[in-house]
Write a protein that binds this ligand. Structure first.
Ligand code: COA
Length: 158
């Protein structure tokens, strides 16, 4: 069974890593799908985000990283995936996630969404929080993998 864990990952956080680690144990192959959204101006390009995640998952043999554009269900179909993995951090995530999973299921009946509740220590975390803390030179060690800290700092120096 192939699963897809989609997101913006701008940048990848320890909260995302927690979901990747746990969900990769439940599927044969997990594809981390990095949304290349032309409408947004991310801190990192899709290529940079893919490279960072590849580095972060290099010891996980059944995890692949790819970027995608367009509809998630089309990407899932093209990868032969039947499962979409999403993390739920708090009740505030629920409504959006429910709408997304229902819509995806209407568009592609062969794909179902599985939710992992984010580990408690990461339930507050988001990529925006990471960028905001970084902007004010705060300590990022509890939020992102060590090599990502350097990448974020380097971006802010530009
Ligand atoms: N740990 C830490 N942060 C987490 C997290 C976790 N476990 N889970 C979510 N987040 C954060 C992200 O960092 C992100 O933070 P930010 O808003 O500060 O950047 C935020 O939650 C949103 O998360 P993300 O998982 O990246 O979702 P998204 O809303 O950016 O993208 C897609 C969701 C990619 C799945 C969705 O937009 C999509 O499928 N797009 C393709 C188009 C499509 O098919 N649309 C129809 C769907 S109805």
């Amino acid at each position: 069974m192939t699963g897809i864990y989609p997101g913006s990952f701008d940048p990848i956080t320890l909260g995302h890593m927690d979901i990747i680690k746990r969900s990769s144990k439940t599927v044969d192959r997990l594809i981390v799908g990095v949304l290349n959204n032309q409408g947004k101006t991310p801190m990192f390009t899709a290529e940079e985000r893919v490279a960072m995640i590849r580095e972060a998952v290099k010891d996980m043999p059944n995890v692949e990283v790819r970027s995608f554009e367009g509809l998630l269900v089309d990407f899932a179909r093209s990868m032969g995936a039947s499962i979409i993995v999403r993390g739920l951090r708090a009740i505030t995530d629920f409504e959006y996630e429910l709408q997304m999973s229902q819509t995806n299921r209407i568009m592609n009946k062969d794909v179902d969404t599985i939710f992992f509740t984010t580990s408690l220590e990461y339930s507050y975390l988001s990529s925006s929080v990471v960028k905001e803390v970084a902007m004010f030179d705060g300590d990022l060690t509890q939020f992102v993998p060590p090599f990502v800290i350097e990448k974020v700092r380097a971006k802010l120096k530009k």
